[in-house]
Every structure is written in structure tokens, then in C-alpha cells.
Design a protein around this ligand. Sequence first.
Ligand code: BT5
Length: 324
Amino acid sequence: MESTRNRLIELLETSDKQFVSGQFLSEKLKISRSAIWKHMKELEKDGYHVEGVSRKGYRIVKFPDKVSENTIQWGLRTGWLGKKIIHKTSTTTTQQIAHQAAQENAEHGTIVIADEQTKGKGRMNRQWDSTKGKGIWMSIILRPNFLPVMAPQLTLLSATVLADVIAEHTALTPKIKWPNDILISDQKTAGILTEMQAEQDQIQYVVIGLGINVNQITEDFDKEIQDKATSLHIQTGHQWNIKDFIQHVLQSFENSYDSFMQNGFPDVKYKWESYGYRIGEQIKIKTLHKEWKAKFLGIAEDGALLTKTENDEIKKIYSGEIEW
Ligand code: BT5
């Protein structure tokens, strides 16, 4: 039943708003025309608007707002990103599903998305708070043909994509805190987790995890992070359409990734710095064993954090946290 429904949606979807005849659908799905009609009524109950015109057939005029493989793909104008979508209503973490799919040869551009994560992951085993239906919890599988040392550049690229989408579709002014936090009014609204499987000089695959707080209210966040986390809704008072936002992210991600593959990192660096949080200021850098002060100069040509130490030495930092 479910698979016939999905096939039916697929057939209507590929017709791209043109009418598809009942005869054609009934032949393709090997069910009667009255069974087709019953399926259409069920689709309406699920929030689809289906138009049926005698002698012309059926077409979908509006997909429901809820997130599913079909609704994300409907109207998505990407060339390779999101052609395969794995959607879960609830899962532990989309990263794990993405790793599993990648190991089973999922293609470049496959995405895994969930309405809710029960064990959302941040970096270094930190938790990522992923309230059901209120944010975008998505992992993108990429198979880039470059050296593993370049993978961190994808984190910076992803941050510029999220900042671009927020800046373009809301009236907000996002900032990027090195390396992966998207801040609005100094509070975190999105985070990125890049993981990869690689040999010494070859990437097998990269999984980019994107977490974007969209419609949460303050009380949706864990108590401990309520003062430092925010959402697009908290910042604007507007209820955002999550499915539309996912499409914007995918479209913008594909454009930026393609241009990065063609032109290299300089454009990403330039854009990152245009959103960069507190560039030019004194920062505190923390790694696992050390902590020191330096001036934050920007991003180096290879994506590292560029700093000037207190003895005027220029130093690149590849991992760690920064504070003020
Ligand atoms: C990150 O880690 O910011 C990476 C977040 C990546 C989440 C995505 S969602 C899809 C995919 N599947 C996953 O399981 N993960 C990825 P990090 O820089 O380590 O930040 C984690 C810290 O941010 C936590 O220790 C909290 O202090 C804070 N935090 C947790 N949840 C948050 C939220 N929803 N909004 C803002 N801050 C949050």
C-alpha cells in the first residue's frame, strides 16, 4: 500500500504539474482506476492538493508542508544534491545512518534527514539538541576527489552556505564563529559536524552534519543551553516552513560546492571572512592541553585559523575552540 502510494506520488511528481491520465497511472501501478481514485483521496487526507479533471487526469498542485522524501524533492532544482533522500521521523543521529549508507555505497549527494534525533551529536562527543519537527537535522554524504587534509575546508564552506541562506531568506544578520557555529545576536542557531572516512591520500566519503534551529521556542532547548542557543523563530517571531528551508540549503550548498570544486578555496575564504565573528580581536585559543591568547586575523589559504601571537608570530590553528 505504502509503496504504491510512493510510486503514485513519484509518477505525478515527475510530470511536474502536468496532468497524468488515470489510464496511464492504472497501467503503471497495475491497479484499477477506482483504486487510483481512492489513493488520491488518501493523499488529500495527508495534506496533498490533488486536482482531478475528467479526460485529463490528475496532478498535484501542492505538496504538504511536512518533511518527507517526496516533499523535499518536489520543486527541488538541484543537479546532484538530494537526488537520493533517506528520511526518518525519529532516529538516534543522522550521522550514523549516513555513515552506514555511505559504507553501503550511497551515492555522492545522498542526504539523510530526521524530524527528531534522540542522540544528536556535536563535535568531540558533545550533544546536539534536536527537538522534533522544529529544526533541520540533516547529514550530507559527499565523495570529493581531493586530499583528506582539505576536508576541513568543507566545514567552512558549509558554514558560509548556512549563513547565506539565513541572510537571504530572513532579515537576520548571521555571523560565523570559527570554525562551525552560526550565531545570531551572539547566540548559536546552527552547528556543523564534519566526519570522514579516508585513507592517507584518498577520501572515501565525507559526512557533513548540519543542525539548524528553526522553529524552537526557548523552552524547547535543554536548560543548560537556553541562554546560548537561539532559533530563527525566536529571532524573528515568524514560523518558518522547514521543508522550504531545507530546499534553500540544498540549492545553495550545491552551488557553493560546485564553485569550490571549480575555483578552489579563495572565494569561500573571502565569504567566510565577510561573516566572520570578531575578526581582528583578541581571542583565547583552547586545545585539549593548552590555552593561550592571540589576535584573530582571519582564515588562511588552507582554511586554518590565522592568528598573531603575543610575540607577533603568525600562527595557524587547525583545531580547537576560541573564546574571548
Ligand atoms: C556542533 O557541535 O555544533 C555540531 C552540530 C551538528 C548537528 C548536526 S544535526 C545533523 C547531524 N546529526 C548529528 O547527530 N549531528 C549533526 P559543537 O560545536 O560541539 O557544539 C555542541 C554544543 O552546542 C553543545 O555542547 C551545546 O553547548 C550546544 N548545543 C547543543 N545543541 C544545540 C542546539 N540545538 N542549538 C544551539 N546550541 C546547541
